[in-house]
Design a protein around this ligand. Structure first.
Ligand code: B3K
Ligand code: ZN
Length: 880
């Protein structure tokens, strides 16, 4: 076993680095088989730390030479680390020169320097820089970088790195060079280089402050016509950060480069963002409305990191949410501000909460539960989680709620003034927001509020309401508790802002406010009412908690009809649906939707004033994963069957209304991805799916025929794909020819083929047919497990996103899962570890699935030579 392979890292063990690296001069001779890296550093001892050896991180490097002040020096290896003991004494800087080689073409982990489609790319966060050269690979070591790239001019005409291009030219032997200087100090995880045959869309902009900047989006030749939306999103991001938070672009040149081989969405390298093509390329013919909006938010996210992450970075990786939670919050606000209208903002909020509740809440209740600021890790890549990102963003959002929007902007200003150029902690962030708002609730409650960073688990808030007619007083008794999570048995009360409102019988608002729950139990009292109101609690989802409120159907129906808070209006519909699903799942397994529910849904669908996007959200039943979370013991096939049955009943009972909605919304003129027309397309798509489902029940061929026609004629991918999906989810015979045709039309469009794989792997199971289809698709010539997007589109869509098909009583889904986790682990541990998490919630499964799942996990855990990534996930899953 390699040294360090088992080492768990603890937050409490943080120590400042023993050396600082002030400057780095890197020279690359790029070659896929063997790239030479000459790294010349200025290093000095950290005067605040006792004298000790310099231990540099490295991974899969070949070391050729080490020079100190130009002289050879003794060194030794401690595992992967290069240890230098005989360094100059005193605190003067010295020169350290390290010459190594690496093999980018063989780098299938896609960390460090790798080759994709014959171009070079890097990914250094979190610990990839050590795969490029020996270094102090930790975010609190910040240096100034000069980078020279040398490569064959024909094969690699474009040579990019961070900062400004200061020199370029020919080397005479068919090779050329480019020299880049980054004007900003940075941690090594923000280093990047790109080399290859790329073309770019560029645009000059002048900022509000009057500075000129060059924006560039680099893609492969042939993809240029798909870059307009990314460029527009970037321009909007620059303008938004300047307007909302007074944070300007600090670079003359800002580049985005797209690659089709990428472990995650994108990476915020200083001035040279590297993106998964999925979050750059879009045309109306190939990308859906969802793709367009994801691109906007990911471009924004990476751009916003330029301040929240790059100018102020993390002291250590336990502080990851310092940059990720804050930046997700910023991208959510950006998308909301661009959406404009209150209703469109609410739609975005509902979508964000849906992610939190279907992905983060299960994480917080499972074996990988961890605080927003984790205490320990084996492999940091396992902690780029929905907890660190999405729950982290909710924590930032609650701060904004407690100090107000203006107060929060003051807090952000203070944070960047105070910490610009530093590597800091989550505590520093909360402190700055509080200090900028003396007297605010956040400042007064800062100590208990910090528990959001240290306690794992989703707090449960129970609300019990009481009406005292004699005094006209309404009271809500809140209690909170948080279930134990691994390593944390006891929890203290959280600070929970609860936005509330009261509605009278006619739906008029008769009271509203913000109640901040700080104790285990507390009472909200509202006097002066003339009749019993309907309470609307946790409006806008003002805190990331589970609200247990035993509302009557009448109360929920009233909220669905009238609530002035769109979030809770949607939430009321979800509660009504979940309640019906749970009753059936826990009871006879048969669900029969009552008239009041169906009428309420009809009223929303037919509502004259509500936006189509909002209607689509209300009419979409809660996800199987969300329903499953409400159960003690889960039989995923039963959950699936009940939800399907509810969907069929909604389809049949509202068939005329769906047809009406389709007719009203399916024509949208020239394509534009704006919220109004994308909402109309979404509702038309949902209507078409329900019409095809109803048609299957009644053996009617009209709507499937219309769907097929629409599939063929659509002028944009959203409509085309929705029509295709309608045929597939309703199990129409026309699904097969449509799928074949779709493949033929888009055989050269990788991102569209991903959709094709994903749709089939995520289709509703009919008698166990999905797994054989998935196995067959693994053999398809277009399938390639080494490409993360393709692996996700097929394997993850089945294992992680299709519970009804994956959790088979015969355990065949789990066997498939285990095989793929092990296969992927040998190629790309990060991707494998993500897949490994598909069985996180195995303990909740009903037998025989539970035992079979445990056995499958144990089989993976028993494999020798597992990566740290996968080993951490499966070990935690099996731990008692
Ligand atoms: N910071 C990167 C994520 C890096 C993940 C490393 N495993 C993207 C982002 O959050 O913006
Ligand atoms: Zn991020």
């Amino acid at each position: 076993m390699r040294e360090g392979q088992n080492a768990v890292i603890y937050r409490a063990d943080y120590q400042a680095p023993a050396y600082w690296i002030d400057t780095v001069d890197l020279c690359f001779d790029l070659d896929p088989a063997k790239t030479r890296v000459l790294n010349k550093m200025k290093v000095r001892r950290n005067p605040d730390v006792p004298a000790q050896a310099l231990k540099l991180d490295g991974d899969e490097l070949n070391l050729a030479r080490v020079l100190v002040n130009g002289q050879g020096t003794s060194f030794k290896m401690e595992g992967d680390r290069l240890v230098l003991e005989n360094l100059p004494e005193g605190h003067e800087p010295f020169d350290l020169e390290i010459f190594t080689t690496c093999a980018p073409a063989r780098n299938s982990k896609l960390m460090g320097l790798y080759v994709s489609n014959e171009s070079f790319f890097t990914q250094c966060e979190a610990e990839g820089f050590r795969r490029i050269t020996y270094f102090l690979d930790r975010p609190d070591v910040m240096a100034s970088y000069t980078v020279t790239l040398r490569a064959d001019k024909q094969k690699y005409p474009v040579l990019l790195s961070n900062g400004n291009l200061v020199d370029q030219g020919d080397l005479g032997d068919g090779r050329h060079f480019a020299k880049w200087v980054d004007p900003h100090r940075k941690p090594c995880y923000l280093f990047a280089l790109v080399a290859g045959q790329l073309v770019c869309r560029e645009q000059k902009i002048r900022s509000r402050g009057g500075k000129d900047h060059l924006l560039q989006v680099y893609v492969r030749p042939g993809d240029l016509d798909k870059t307009e939306h990314a460029m527009n999103s970037l321009i909007a991001s620059v303008a938004w950060d300047e307007a909302r938070f007074k944070l300007p672009l600090d670079l003359e040149r800002f580049m985005i480069v797209a690659t089709s081989d990428f472990n995650m969405g994108a990476m915020e390298n200083k001035g040279l963002n590297i993106f998964n093509t999925k979050y750059v390329l879009a045309s109306q013919a190939t990308a859906t409305d969802t793709d367009f909006s994801n691109i906007e938010s990911v471009v924004g996210h990476e751009y916003f990191h330029n301040w929240s992450g790059n100018r102020v970075t993390c002291r250590d990786w336990f502080q990851l949410s310092l940059k990720e939670g804050l930046t997700v919050f910023r991208d959510q606000e950006f998308s909301q501000d661009l959406a404009g209208e209150a209703s469109a903002r609410a739609v975005k909020r509902i979508e964000d909460v849906r992610v939190l509740r279907t992905a983060q809440f299960p994480e917080d209740a499972g074996p990988m539960a961890h605080p927003v600021r984790p205490e320990q890790y084996l492999e940091i890549n396992n902690f780029y989680t929905v907890t660190v990102y999405e729950k982290g963003a909710e924590v930032v959002r609650m701060m904004q709620t407690l100090v107000g929007r203006e107060g929060f902007e003051r807090g952000i200003t203070l944070y960047f003034q105070r910490h610009d150029g530093q590597a800091v902690t989550c505590d520093d962030f909360a402190q700055a927001i509080a200090d900028a708002n003396p007297g605010s609730q956040l400042q007064q409650l800062l100590e208990p509020f910090r528990r959001w960073y240290s306690q794992a688990g989703t707090p449960r808030v129970h609300a019990r309401t009481q009406w005292d007619a004699a005094s006209g007083t309404y009271t809500v008794d809140f209690t909170q508790h948080c279930p134990p999570t691994p390593g944390q048995a006891e929890k203290q009360p959280s600070v929970i802002p609860i936005a509330w409102g009261l509605l009278d019988a006619s739906g008029r608002e008769v009271g509203q406010g913000m109640f901040v729950l700080t104790e285990a139990s507390q009472r909200l009292t509202v006097p002066g009412l003339t009749a019993e109101p309907v309470p609307s609690l946790l409006r806008g989802f003002s805190a990331p908690v589970i609200l247990e409120w035993d509302a009557s159907d009448e109360q929920l129906l009233a909220l669905l009809e009238h609530d002035t808070d769109p979030f809770n209006r949607w939430e009321a519909g979800q509660r009504l649906a979940v309640r019906r699903a749970l009753a059936a799942i826990e009871g006879s397994g048969v669900v029969e939707l009552d008239t009041s529910f169906i009428e309420a849904m009809r009223n929303i669908l037919r509502h004259p004033n509500l936006d189509a996007a909002f209607k689509e959200l209300v009419l979409t039943l809660p996800a199987e994963a969300y329903i499953a979370e409400q159960l003690e013991v889960v039989d995923p096939q039963r959950v699936h069957a009940v939800r399907e049955s509810m969907r069929e009943q909604l389809a049949t009972a509202l068939v005329d209304d769906w047809a009406w909605a389709y007719e009203q919304n399916h024509e949208n003129g020239a394509y534009s991805p704006d919220p109004v027309s994308s909402g109309r397309r979404a509702l038309a798509g949902l209507a078409l799916a329900h019409l095809c489902i109803a048609a299957r029940k009644s053996n009617d061929t009209v709507w499937p025929g219309k769907a097929y026609q629409r599939f063929k004629d659509a002028s944009n991918m959203t409509d085309r794909f929705n029509a295709l999906a309608a045929l597939v989810v309703s199990g129409q015979d026309l699904a097969r020819p449509a799928l074949d045709k779709f493949h033929g039309m888009f055989r050269d469009e990788a991102l569209v083929l991903d959709k094709w794989f994903s749709l089939q792997a995520g289709a509703p199971d009919r008698g166990g047919n999905v797994l054989p289809i998935v196995r067959q698709l693994m053999q398809h010539p277009d399938f390639n497990i080494r490409n993360p997007n393709r692996a996700r589109s097929l394997i993850f869509s089945y294992c992680s996103a299709n519970p009804g098909a994956f959790h088979r009583p015969d355990a065949a889904g789990y066997v498939f899962w285990g095989d793929r986790v092990m296969e992927l682990d040998a190629i790309n541990p990060q991707v494998a570890a993500r897949l490994a998490r598909a069985l996180d919630r195995w303990r909740k499964l009903a037998e025989p699935m539970r035992s079979a799942a445990r056995e499958a996990i144990a089989r993976v855990a028993g494999k020798p030579d597992l990566s740290n990534d996968v080993r951490e996930v499966v070990t935690r899953a099996l731990a008692d």
